[in-house]
Design a protein around this ligand. Structure first.
Ligand code: ACM
Length: 283
């Protein structure tokens, strides 16, 4: 089992992280129009005063692809792509950690990825592990695994993308590796995730930020409706903020990520200490 990192080693000052401002962004991207979506994202972020902001999955491309030509037309190299480049710049300029979903081009593969960029120039890529429905036709299953990394001020964050919620192992792996906040870019279409994430936060005693897109997307004879209701949850599963289904919104919530270090349920129970892995079936 991965050791849980001791945050004291990482934090800039304790006061800074006990009042950690986390932001969530909900909007409707325009399909296949990266430049226009980036302009909108920059405007939205410019009005937010936060330490960490999470944006939706595939935030600058849209989602409902019908062929590989469309996917290739919006897939971006992490070093040179418009989306990663702007995120790096905004992170530094606005002193904020950003998490955004984008289609990542690597050689002959395209991953459904999320990029974390930090104000100090460090960054991290997560490649979606559990592909949903027709994503399997267009994306390569992620190979990055569930790693925990430092966001601004050393707060420990873990990334997962949308349908990863369906597999409790995703959030559990992140929590066991020391995540205090799960950053969860999403393009949700099924009705269950927002409620399920309450359990994910509660059973792992972690904060979670689900940033979902909204709106109806059409491509030829296909259409999908995205459910909005982006949310920030605390370590007991309380909803600190939940958005509407159909309004483009931003919100910043102040949290104390050190609360995620407390895994106790009662004075004699701990969600980690009481685990019995030797009795669990994992395969
Ligand atoms: C999803 O994983 N975008 C539903």
């Amino acid at each position: 089992m991965a050791a849980i990192q001791q945050p004291e080693l990482y934090y800039t000052t304790l006061e800074q992280i006990m009042n950690y401002r986390v932001g969530v962004v909900q909007f409707q991207p325009e399909f296949l129009n990266i430049s226009k979506n980036l302009i909108k994202i920059e405007e939205l972020i410019n009005n937010m005063d936060a330490d960490l902001i999470v944006l939706p999955e595939l935030a600058t491309s849209g989602y409902l692809f019908s062929n590989m030509d469309e996917v290739n037309s919006i897939a971006e190299d992490v070093k040179t792509g418009l989306t990663p480049t702007l995120m790096r710049t905004l992170s530094k300029e606005r002193d904020v950690s950003l998490v955004i979903g984008f289609a990542e081009n690597d050689g002959d593969k395209v991953y459904n990825s999320a990029l974390l960029t930090n104000p100090d120039g460090t960054e991290y890529i997560y490649r979606k592990t559990h592909l949903f429905a027709e994503e399997k036709l267009f994306f390569t299953p992620g190979d990055s695994g569930f790693q925990v990394v430092s966001a601004k001020s050393g707060v420990q964050v873990g990334l997962m993308i949308c349908f990863d919620w369906q597999f409790p192992e995703s959030a559990r792996s992140l929590a066991l590796s020391g995540a205090q906040i799960i950053c969860h870019p999403a393009n949700l279409v099924l009705p269950w995730c927002q409620q399920a994430m309450i359990t994910r936060s509660l059973e792992n005693r972690v904060f979670s930020i689900t940033s979902n897109r909204l709106g109806l997307e059409k491509n030829g004879d296909k259409e999908l409706f995205f459910t909005g209701m982006s949310q920030v949850l605390d370590t007991k599963g309380n909803i600190l903020h939940r958005m509407s289904q159909d309004v483009e919104e931003t919100e910043v919530v102040t949290i104390d990520p050190t609360l995620a270090l407390d895994k106790s349920v009662t004075h004699l129970n701990s969600v980690f200490g009481d685990r019995r892995p030797e009795l669990y079936k994992l395969d």
